[in-house]
Design a protein around this ligand. Sequence first.
Ligand SMILES: CSC[C@H]1O[C@H](OP(=O)(O)O)[C@H](O)[C@@H]1O
Ligand SMILES: Nc1ncnc2[nH]cnc12
Length: 287
Amino acid sequence: MRLGIVGGSGLYQMAAVEDAELVEIETPWGKPSDSLLLGRIGDTPVAFLPRHGRGHRLTPTELNYRANIAALKMVGCTDVLSISACGSFREELPPGTFVLVDQYVDRTRRRTNSFFGDGVVAHVSLAQPSCGSLADVTEDALKALGLSHRRGGSYLVMEGPQFSSRAESLLYRAAGLDVIGMTAMPEAALAREAELCYQTVAMVTDFDAWHGEHEAVDVAQVLEVLHRNVANSQSLVVAVAERLGGRATACASGCRTALDHAVITDRSVWPEDTVARLAVVAGRVLK
Ligand SMILES: CSC[C@H]1O[C@H](OP(=O)(O)O)[C@H](O)[C@@H]1O
Ligand SMILES: Nc1ncnc2[nH]cnc12
């Protein structure tokens, strides 16, 4: 097993990784956002990838989500913990709260959202896009650390890079959504296609643009909360790795068999080059 950690805004280092080495990976979809930091936290092998690259060089739209997820799969990840900054639509989820996201509403417009295509069509289920077992472990870690958190929450994924207008923010809040960010899709969808257990931990940094008594979100606000909480995010990753203790989650959510009935294209017409490219993420079912 290996635990993948995708670090979001403000989380570009993982000092707790022992026997660390930086590894450059080239995937069939190109290069991930940066080199991967491989090593272990206690008995758990880990791979850390800063989502926007070290120095935060890539916008949410520019990110090569396919290369990021494929790279994690290629270095043996079975489970992926994704750490993200987010805005909140709820008074009871103030800055500093960690939300274990279980649902997404995808409002992105300019991203490639599947490994499939080019002659091999597959449809995985995203009815339950997060891994309940990885969420159990993460919730346990949050409780042990005494971090303010909520289990479950819906995350609106916007294209960005601009933040929402006040009208959009009010609309999403009225729709009953919990948090907003720019990166969880297609990351979660691709993790499902790659049969990885995936869980987003979204850390609230602001009240987006709906709140009458708080300034609308800006980067200074987000960074201020992130800097105050970066040690908490790092402790959380360590606590999750310790709880895994070198064993992949006993996934009860079907993440690792997501492709069992997903490929609809008749194998007699699978193009050889597409099958070869897909081998690193879907080789289990393309034999
Ligand atoms: C720096 S504010 C907007 C930026 O922060 C979040 O990034 P991530 O999800 O990688 O933590 C948000 O999605 C935006 O990309
Ligand atoms: N309000 C917000 N909207 C989108 N992405 C964010 N990341 C942090 N806060 C955000």
